[in-house]
Design a protein around this ligand. Structure first.
Ligand code: ADP
Length: 208
């Protein structure tokens, strides 16, 4: 409502408003859109614990395909090449596994380097868990920030550089932990990033 009425004001009174007023309206609309994005992301964050579905045998390959379908526009616009190995069936919440891949691949595309993004998803079985990897060739992350990026609202860049609310990786962490796994990153500036997360081979649910 705030955004649409401010926009309406701008349209209807275009000829009556001076350039200062137009600029103020632009900031108001921008602020309202950001507030909306923030509220949506915070809702998704809070719903990981409260609205999670059952953990059931889930094809992680199908979850990745759904994530890529949701990211189609970003993939097309950036000319990204997203490849993957054969991926296992795991005990997981299919909606949350999709969201997890979507956030990680979405970030791999967003924080790309100079060239078209190349992203590879793989999984390796290690004793009683699967270790998934989402590897990119993007801008990379200074190792000193490798814990901080998973904290709510923590971002390493200004909004002008890369859009975002700083909630995506906090959602990833919450999803992975609900499944009894861990998430971490290996990266260096300019060297690309690889996000790893684990899913226990036997189902596990912690409803925190
Ligand atoms: P957002 O994408 O909204 O900024 P996230 O929680 O998804 O929030 O990510 C937090 C921060 O971690 C990002 O702002 C960025 O600095 C860094 N980051 C996340 N993914 C990547 C990546 N694939 N490559 C480089 N930096 C990344």
């Amino acid at each position: 409502m705030v955004a649409s009425y401010t926009q309406l004001l701008a349209r209807r009174y275009k000829d009556k408003l001076d350039s200062d007023a137009q600029e103020f309206i632009h900031y108001a609309v921008d602020g309202a859109s950001r507030m909306q994005a923030l509220i949506n992301d915070l809702l998704s964050y809070s719903r990981v614990g409260t609205k999670g579905g059952r953990l059931e045998p889930t094809s992680s390959e199908a979850a990745l395909e759904r994530a890529l379908a949701n990211l189609r526009l970003a993939v097309q616009e950036s000319d990204a090449a997203v490849t993957h190995d054969a991926l296992p069936t795991v005990v997981a919440d299919p909606v949350q596994l999709t969201q997890l891949f979507q956030n990680l691949v979405g970030n791999a595309i967003k924080f790309r380097g100079a060239g078209a993004p190349r992203v590879h998803v793989s999984a390796e079985r290690r004793s009683d868990e699967w270790v998934f990897s989402v590897r990119d060739e993007g801008i990379g992350i200074d190792p000193q920030y490798r814990e901080r990026i998973f904290v709510l609202f923590q971002r390493l860049h200004g909004r002008g550089e890369y859009p975002g609310t700083g909630i995506g990786l906090a959602i990833c962490k919450k999803i992975v932990e609900r499944h009894g796994g861990r998430i971490w990153v290996e990266s260096a500036p300019g060297q690309g990033s690889t996000f790893h997360f684990t899913v226990p081979t036997r189902g596990h649910a912690s409803e925190s």
